[in-house]
Design a protein around this ligand. Structure first.
Ligand code: HEC
Length: 143
């Protein structure tokens, strides 16, 4: 391989690495967010009395959601918008605001973990859900 071919090959390898980096971050945050969403399904069925109230399940579910939300938060790496991702570019220009919304939502999920009686579940779930929505409205592209 002559030098110019080698340079072209090196740039091509870098471009592939860049795409893999962006899609790995997207896949990781997408999967983590899906688990956070799945937890919402479990808890809203309970809040609507479709399933029996169980404080231990509430605690375990909200704890899992808190952990998965933090995993997702860590995967909003620079230059990982685009493609299948619905992440808005504003995430990276308003990073402090985005991180604060993540933090606020994590705190709402911690509060949810402390729910001990059925009457407290719906308000705590609404508070957490409202916090998710605030960020989605601001930083997630429509489907
Ligand atoms: C601070 C911002 C922020 C918070 C808080 C947040 N999300 Fe997200 N969420 C996003 C962004 C941005 C995406 C899109 C990521 C992508 O496509 O790259 C997303 C994607 C998702 C998805 C995947 C949907 C899809 O179509 O791919 C689900 C499900 C989801 N979030 C659920 C939740 C739930 C439930 C909560 C609250 C407990 C929550 N999120 C809190 C920013 C947030």
């Amino acid at each position: 391989m002559n030098l110019s071919k080698r340079i072209v090959a090196a740039f091509a390898a870098l471009a592939v690495a860049g795409v893999a980096y962006a899609s790995d971050a997207y896949t990781a945050r997408h999967e983590a967010m899906e688990k956070v969403g799945g937890g919402m399904g479990t808890l809203s069925a309970m809040a609507k009395k479709e399933t029996p109230f169980d404080a231990a399940v509430v605690q375990a579910t909200a704890k899992m959601q808190e952990a998965e939300l933090k995993k997702a938060a860590a995967q909003f790496l620079p230059d990982t918008a685009g493609g299948k991702s619905r992440a808005k570019a504003e995430i990276w220009t308003n990073r402090a605001d985005f991180d604060a919304l993540m933090q606020k939502t994590a705190e709402a999920l911690v509060a949810l973990q402390g729910v001990k009686d059925e009457a407290a579940l719906m308000p705590a779930l609404r508070a957490a859900g409202g916090s998710c929505r605030t960020c989605h409205d601001k930083y997630r592209l429509p489907e």
